[in-house]
Write a protein that binds this ligand. Structure first.
Ligand code: C5P
Length: 396
């Protein structure tokens, strides 16, 4: 990584402080950081802090005689291997999506011929606004990559998507984009299932569950970052496909199993999806009419068990990992599940802890035939990276 360089554009948002930590992580990894601090950004962090951590000069002005004399802004836009915008404010995204170039940051984004990675950060309503979502689509179509935003409590007191991804997650995305870092899973194929399944009752009604898909998506992303060729078989979620991962969208458990089998042979399978245990015995072709009276019952039949099928199949991946969401007797249930399903490891999480389902953190225990390892509570992205790391050790 020693020769790699990042041009880091720090926009104006409360999350700008996280970019200082990001700068520190990058420098520690030997990546060069040349910072651009927007005027709004300088309301949140100082050029002095940024410059000290980056060990480089901070650029701020488009029409600065000294900056232009030292390095013209066109040169600046091309001096790095990757341009990172963190925080990417609604304003910076709008400017970049529309090709505006009224200041140094936006001019750099327009003039660069290098890949661009944005870490959006803004109020949830601003993020969800049609204009921002439109700009997001335009930027994606223009080839810009994104990390985050995360969902959670915001500095403005609201809750929802809009928080900037944590520095460690942005750092991983940068390392992946720079093509650096060790690739211990290069040449290995992995299947990851994620999200809920949807089982039709009739053309408009369904049985489903509250899985957000976050943990599975993070695992797919972490495996890809270590060089694995990942197929992410996903039920409906609100998440973007992680960079470098092939996503196959499915709805029912049966479709999910078929998509997994189509992705075989594989070296690794990680079943994170919350698969519906049962589905309606018959899915009406027509919408069931009210007819003044509720149906007495909806008859259910069992769904295939994807984890067990993959574990016990002829083309079994070398390493098969299941998840167990438990509310009590975590260890005993996880061990029993290991034996019943025939998989190698179970990652057990206690979903009785408030905020685990759909939240950003997870406290898990890794259950293998050798014993139980408890991991401290951490972000789902960190659980994913640690698991991917453990997986790579199996392939040494
Ligand atoms: O006990 P349970 O069957 O819910 O075990 C959960 C584990 O099994 C998870 O890894 C989940 O993805 C997987 N599973 C599956 N297919 C099912 C049910 C669960 O792959 N039909």
């Amino acid at each position: 990584m020693d020769q790699k360089r990042v041009l880091l554009i720090v926009g104006g948002g409360i999350a700008a402080y996280k970019s200082l930590e990001l700068t520190r992580l990058l420098r520690k990894a030997g990546v060069g950081v040349r910072p651009i601090l927007t005027r709004a950004g300088s309301e949140f962090v100082t050029a002095l802090s940024l410059s000290a951590l980056a060990e480089d000069k901070v650029y701020s002005e488009l029409f600065s005689l000294t900056d232009e004399a030292e390095m013209g802004h066109i040169e600046l836009s091309r001096s790095a291997d990757l341009v990172v915008v963190a925080p990417a404010t609604a304003d910076l995204m709008a400017k970049a999506a529309n090709g505006l170039a009224g200041d140094l940051a936006s001019t750099t984004l327009l003039a660069t011929d290098k890949p661009v990675l944005m870490a959006p950060a803004m109020n949830v309503r601003m993020w969800e606004h049609a204009a921002t979502q439109r700009n997001l689509s335009v930027l994606k179509a223009d080839g810009v990559s994104f990390v985050g935003p995360d969902e959670g409590a915001m500095a403005c007191g609201e809750y929802g998507p809009g928080r900037m991804a944590e520095p460690a997650a942005i750092f991983s995305a940068i390392m992946a984009a720079l093509g650096g870092g060790a690739k211990p899973l290069a040449g290995k194929r992995a299947i990851v299932t994620a999200g809920p399944t949807v089982e039709a009752i009739d053309p408009v009604r369904m049985l489903t569950n509250r899985s957000s898909g976050k943990q599975g998506y993070a695992i797919a992303s972490a495996l890809a970052a270590l060089g694995a060729e990942v197929t992410l078989v996903s039920g409906p979620t609100a998440l973007p496909a992680p960079a470098g991962v092939k996503r196959v969208d499915v709805e029912s458990a049966r479709d999910m199993l078929a998509a997994c089998e189509a992705a075989l042979p594989a070296d690794i399978a990680v079943c994170v999806a919350a698969v519906a245990d049962w589905r309606p015995a018959t899915a009406g072709e027509q919408k069931i009419k009210r007819d003044g009276k509720a149906p007495d019952a909806i008859a259910l039949v069992e769904n295939p068990d994807i984890l067990a099928t993959l574990s016990q199949g002829k083309r079994r991946p070398k390493l098969v990992i299941g998840f167990a969401a438990e509310t009590n007797d975590l260890d005993a249930h996880a061990k029993a599940k290991l034996a019943r399903k025939g998989c190698d490891w179970i990652v057990a999480n206690d979903v009785s802890v408030a905020g685990t389902m759909g939240g950003d953190d997870n406290a898990v225990a890794l259950v293998t035939k050798g014993g139980i390892e408890r991991w401290e509570r951490m972000a789902k992205g960190d659980v994913a990276r640690r698991l991917a790391d453990r997986i790579s050790q199996e392939f040494k």
